[in-house]
Design a binder for this molecule. Structure first.
Ligand SMILES: CC(C)(COP(=O)(O)OP(=O)(O)OC[C@H]1O[C@@H](n2cnc3c(N)ncnc32)[C@H](O)[C@@H]1OP(=O)(O)O)[C@@H](O)C(=O)NCCC(=O)NCCS
Length: 296
């Protein structure tokens, strides 16, 4: 029997179009006004493969999270937010459990997430729900270099197997926990993702087949083009040279700077530093992952 008909309860459910008003209102106050949710909401809402979820309380959306299919058997948890007015009341725990429950039912393979090394609530929640920490990442950035660039050539579709093999057997890939960041999203390279990246002309040979790099596109706060580097693949001793040439490639292609998110492996950090990259973030971030209990 319902005793407290008027008492609001937290209900987690798939997002509805009208939720955007509440979500845009409370995300204005997250990360000093730099939250990106308003720019991706429509695209996330239209995604037919994952789940955009909200937590509703007292008739309005007060929290959200998104599960995204990245490649076959690879999923990404993102957009985990709670209205600052009601943070610390376990609404985040409810959303996290809800989206993970959805993934247990409909997902497969691996689900991953990235969170600041300072965000202890998310570390706790991840560990409590069966995730393990893959490692620690940092961001690296360098201005584009207005100098003559070495030859880079776009990888052709018929070179898929050669490019995939080159990338996944390279030391930089293995030192990066066999994962790449394709734009604030971590994934393992597989045939499907490499095929897609090649079709989008994001994969390049360097020095014939002496090296390979994978790019993504970003913008800085002033709207300038930023070249994201997912993977600088070549012999470890040549990585500084490749990274320097990527800065030249950036300038030649209208980018103002180069940016990448990599695991803080000493060899990779040393190569990035030698090539003039610095670390713009104040703190590092952790990557967590969880294997599907029934469909691994
Ligand atoms: C991170 C965020 C989503 C958490 O939501 P929340 O509703 O405030 O968090 P909750 O109150 O549900 O707490 C989550 C868990 O952390 C635990 N927790 C709280 N403080 C903690 C601390 N200092 N150390 C360890 N665990 C802590 C809670 O006990 C709870 O776990 P439990 O369910 O096992 O008890 C929310 O603070 C937020 O939106 N922050 C700004 C945006 C952001 O940083 N998002 C995360 C991106 S990865």
């Amino acid at each position: 029997m319902i005793k407290d008909f008027n008492t609001p309860k937290v209900v987690c459910r798939p997002a509805l179009p009208l939720d955007s008003t509440d979500v845009f209102e409370f995300t204005k106050f997250i990360w000093e006004g730099h939250d990106y949710i308003q720019y991706v909401w429509n695209e996330w809402f239209a995604d037919p493969h994952g789940l955009l979820a909200v937590a509703e309380y007292g008739g309005r959306a007060v929290g959200m999270a998104k599960v995204t299919l990245v490649s076959k058997g690879q999923w990404w948890l993102e957009g985990f937010r709670v209205d600052p007015n009601v943070q610390g009341l376990k609404i985040g725990s409810r959303i996290h459990e809800y989206v993970n429950g959805w993934w247990d039912e409909y997902g497969d393979g691996m689900v991953r997430l990235m969170t600041s090394s300072e965000r202890v609530q998310v570390h706790h929640l991840s560990e409590r729900t069966g995730y393990h920490k893959v490692g620690e990442v940092n961001s690296f950035s360098a201005p584009a270099l207005d100098e003559k660039t070495d030859s880079f050539s776009t990888v052709r579709p018929d070179e898929l197997n050669a490019a995939l093999d080159f990338a996944i057997t390279s030391e930089p890939y293995q030192l990066n926990h066999n994962l790449i960041d394709i734009g604030w999203t971590q994934m393992a390279l597989d045939e499907i993702s490499m095929k897609q990246l090649i079709a989008e002309e994001k994969v390049f040979w360097w020095h014939g087949r002496g090296g390979l790099f994978i790019k993504w596109d970003d913008n800085d706060d002033d709207g300038n083009k930023v070249l994201g580097v997912s993977l600088p693949a070549c012999k470890i001793e040549s990585v500084p040279e490749l990274l320097t040439n990527i800065r030249r490639f950036a300038s030649a292609n209208g980018y103002v700077s180069v940016f990448g998110i990599f695991y803080v492996d000493p060899q990779i950090v040393s190569a990035l530093t030698k090539a003039g990259y610095s670390l713009p973030w104040d703190s590092t971030a952790y990557i967590f992952e969880r294997r599907h209990p029934a469909r691994p």
